[in-house]
Design a protein around this ligand. Sequence first.
Ligand code: WT7
Length: 631
Amino acid sequence: MSDSNQSEFIYPSQAVIDQANVSDYEALYNYSVTDREGFWAEQADTLSWYKKWDSVLDESNAPFYKWFDGGSINIVDNAIDRHLKNANRNKMAIIWEGENGQVRNFSYNGLNREVCQFANVLKSMGVVKGDIVTIYMPQIPELVFAMLACAKIGAIHSVVYGGFSTEALASRIDDAHSRVLITADGGWRRGKQIDLKSIANDAMSRSPSVEVCICVKNNELDVEMEPSRDFWLHDLKALPIASPKCETEQTSSEDPLFILYTSGTTGSPKGMVHTHGGYAVYTSTTHRMAFDIKPEDRWWCAADPGWITGHSYIVYGPLINGATIMLYEGAPNYPYPNRWWQIVEKYGINILYTSPTAIRGLMRFGERWPQKHDLTSLRLLGSVGEPINPEAWKWYHKVIGQERCPIIDTWWQTETGGFMICPLPITPLKPGSATKPFFGNEITIVDDDGEEVGAGEEGKLIINNPWPGMARTVFKDDQRYQDLYWSKVGDKWRYLAGDSAKKDSDGYIWVIGRMDEVLKVSGYRLGTAEIESALISHPAVNEAAAIGLPHELKGNAIHTYVILKQGMVGDQKLAAELRAHVGHEMGKIATPESVEFVESLPKTRSGKIMRRVLKARALGQDEGDLSTLEE
Ligand code: WT7
């Protein structure tokens, strides 16, 4: 075992322990895995149901598990409606700050009015229960309203991250076959207006399913609106149909709440399907226990609502728990590297949840920026998206948390809906380890034969049980869901996460990274297949391969290898053009760091590109077993 696994524990202070929502991890964990259904039924009981469930867990069609089947619930009834009946009514639900300093606040009552109006607008556009509405927006309150409005009327939202571009948006609209697209004229980033509507227009011209486009006015861009298809939200809100009262639809536990596309090993992105019941129970429980949420807390998850982190821990979990959420639209270091610390001080943020890449990005500006600000409101810090390197962990702990705030490193995935491995505030920490399984989960590390490996040995991370927040399927593709994630050993199904990990002799889990063709770039999940197909869509390109190589800030950076069509000249100008082309098709986050022109690519005899060989060559490492390499 490497020394880092045996690193010394960092213990929480007595103050943290004294106020923890969960005071004994071992006892509750043992109960949760001995009586899993009992544990989850107790958690579900804290929510509001129109009708309670018939069964907690239905395993009859495993691995297509059902949770709280027979129950009737709407996640919005829990995230908004029930708060209107108590003291939360006038409490701040959302504090939003735009990059240019604009501030907008919404109480739970105010949030409800916005969501009801939006829901009525959707209804007037013919949206009914079960319809899939695609949402492509910057980080503005209307993004949250749009999601909640869909859920409220039983429609299914499919949010496409606002940093994605034409092809990524078009393919997601197409797969979901959305009739309605919600977007905005644009967003702000580093003082510049980002033109979303023209990207949406391009995407709609490639995806004929869209009949209605609702556009939010967010900046001063002069955008092209097609009269019979495109409507400004503010115009629709001014109509009598947009009343601020709207009945919440009584959905079933297992009714789909949203689809979120994520990159996988091969081919097109997968639409992971999450539900109203189990997801509500899982996100609120994990959020309440791992982040020790108190009624007076101001919670800031500095992710984009367009990713699963934002769905679960900006929108649903925190609102169900009645927290006040912070939403900030812009770049962390704009106009200066103290922007985030200024926000923490100004709004008295108690819990900050962000990614290792953001921490590394702010760390490079030095301690003097956070030191300008009073950060004493912070009680807990969180990390998500990729393994956090101990150096960044220690900086976050010392400089931002002033050694007072435990770091809650949460391992999970789009597919899991919520935290699977994470400490509680009372857990002794080891920098770089997400520590132990969340309640109800049994996690083992296995070898290629499925046998558990010894302490400190690397293997595949598997989850041995279903949990309420799990995705129920891949949209329209049950078979792909079963084949990609589940395997049966004896009569037990187990979930394969696609990550490699180690468990040390204290039972602490150290996630190493993806084992497949998925890249984590600045914590964003991208598929090599999507980057390659974006390259191939350029007229000069014949074939392409993408790999990830270590990068100090981003964790990984994308490097690509391109075989050109005959007669094309691979010069610097074309390399720059190809990089820009991928950015244009996929989004800026997918722009390759480098494009190298090659004559051939290493392939297996069956024609698969051997990306691991490219990677080993680039890193000057041993190329490993080359027996399947074509001559
Ligand atoms: C992949 C899932 C879950 C929200 C954001 C990412 C990696 C995520 C951690 C962590 C080590 C992590 C894994 C995982 N990952 N959190 N705390 N420590 N690795 O969701 O985009 O679906 O990506 O992110 O590799 O499989 P996602």
